[in-house]
Design a protein around this ligand. Structure first.
Ligand code: SF4
Length: 457
């Protein structure tokens, strides 16, 4: 839900009708109980509360996560609060101890002209209809800074329709403090072995199709990869492919990220071995060294070595949140990990128009990396709205292929494989994204073991 909120918050004016309609539709689709209070559904509210507190634990762990979580929770709260009826809002205010003193009818009539003159958007008759509250100035800073309230004797006279600004400020302060407090208690919480794996993975968990089984396995030839990398690869994979072609080598992080992506788009094990070998032996690695060292890890990725886990490609969150690249590495997400100036140059070299580059860099500045990638998709495919929320490099590829092929063959195949994978994912939803068929903790350990196994980078 919070991902949807983020997406809409960037592409629509918050609180506009189109924003509200889209958000309502998306929330319904996700079956999120956003009207639990209005419907007095205790069970739904309980689940909502539990999930909120779990997310607090997961998203208090770094400044970036806290900022992101706070922003999305605020937007979601604003929407839900504004959906409440007047009486439910009143009930809510009392419940959270924000029971501001209502201005009496006599006083309101006495001050009617002043209230009318100082409160934009209200006619005199509306002033008489509307309920006003006396709110301490500290709680109404935003309103008096923008000159939207009448002030008298140290109190702001806030109309009921503006009370959401105050409630939101109050919520922001409380949630922000709560996140800081939770962060402080993390060491204790992390020593709980039931919670630790959950918390480590939740902030970058991924619940979509895992792209592990593709009906199009073997349908892509090695000769097509260069062209596909330009047309249909997301920037992260395009960058890895270019680096591999240029230097005939990729370090471990790059081999893992790119190798699993290629597996996801349909390369068979035999093709993968041929692809990597051909490229590596053009550099400093001879055939014998390749067979002894690197071939093992490729077979391992395909579940043919070690514990025979069938690894799945990395999701965007996994790429963005873990294992940042260091010098000489090409893995990671260019929107997250590249210097903005370098990113700009790269986009220029890919013939992205200047206005598009500005939009992308703005999104990057606001830390909306996946949205920046969506914008890159729109610009490279010449579409106004990509019509999906991007969460996975392989999703980028399949959507691109679907678009370029007019939405025919691949569409059928992918929706089919997507469904079967989604079934598995309902249980995996709390797990990590590069999720193999066993538990993700085991898989992550195995991946780390792999790293240690191959000292040559
Ligand atoms: Fe790759 Fe995802 Fe970053 Fe796009 S947002 S470049 S698909 S990691």
């Amino acid at each position: 839900v919070l991902k949807v909120v983020e997406n809409l918050g960037v592409s629509h004016v918050r609180n506009s009708d189109s924003y509200k309609n889209k958000l309502e539709a998306e929330i319904r689709k996700l079956k999120f109980p956003y009207r639990a209070l209005a419907e007095d559904d205790y069970e739904a509210r309980r689940k909502d509360h539990i999930s909120h507190f779990i997310l607090r634990l997961a998203y208090c762990q770094s400044e970036d996560l806290r900022r992101w979580f706070l922003q999305q929770e605020m937007d979601l709260f604003r929407y839900r609060f504004n959906q409440l009826s007047d009486s439910l809002r009143q009930k809510f205010l009392e419940h959270v101890n924000l029971s501001f003193e209502a201005v009496s009818e006599d006083l309101k009539n006495e001050l009617a002209n002043e209230l009318f003159a100082s409160t934009p958007g209200l006619s005199l008759p509306k002033v008489k209809e509307q309920m006003f509250y006396k709110v301490g100035l500290a709680d109404a800073v935003d309103l008096f800074r923008t000159r939207r309230v009448f002030i008298k004797d140290g109190f702001a006279y806030v109309p009921f329709k503006e009370i959401d600004v105050i409630v939101l400020n109050n919520y922001r302060t409380k949630l922000s403090k709560a996140l800081a407090l939770t962060a402080r208690s993390l060491p204790t919480i992390q020593s709980d072995e039931r919670l630790q794996p959950l918390l480590n993975h939740l902030s970058h968990s991924y619940v979509g199709p895992d792209y592990s089984v593709q009906k199009n396995t073997g349908k892509i030839s090695l000769e097509q990869i260069d062209a596909l990398s330009v047309k249909s690869f997301p920037l992260c994979m395009r960058q890895l492919h270019r680096a591999l072609r240029d230097s005939h080598h990729l370090r471990h992080g790059g081999r893992m990220q790119y190798g699993l992506f290629l597996k996801g788009i349909g390369l068979t094990l035999e093709q993968a071995l041929e692809f990597w070998k051909k490229e590596f032996i053009r550099g400093k690695v001879d055939a014998d060294k390749f067979d002894k060292g690197y071939a093992y890890s490729i077979r391992h990725n395909y579940g043919k070595e070690g514990k025979r886990t069938d690894y799945t490609p990395y999701s965007c969150m996994k790429i963005i949140m873990s294992n940042p690249p260091s010098q000489g590495d090409y893995h990671g997400c260019p929107f997250r990990h590249s210097d903005p100036e370098l990113l700009k140059q790269k986009l220029q070299s890919y013939k992205i128009p200047p206005s598009g580059i500005t939009q992308i860099l703005e999104l990057v500045k606001g830390m909306h990396f996946q949205l920046a990638c969506q914008k890159y998709f729109e610009l490279t495919h010449d579409v106004d709205d990509i019509g999906f929320s991007l969460n996975h490099p392989n999703q980028y590829f399949t959507e691109s292929q679907r678009l370029l092929s007019g939405g025919r063959e691949l569409k059928k195949e992918l929706s089919h494989s997507g469904n079967s994978q989604q079934k598995n994912n309902s249980q995996e939803s709390m797990n990590s994204n590069s999720t193999p068929t066993t538990s993700n903790t085991t898989a992550d350990t195995e991946l780390e073991e792999l790293e240690a196994y191959f000292i040559e980078d």
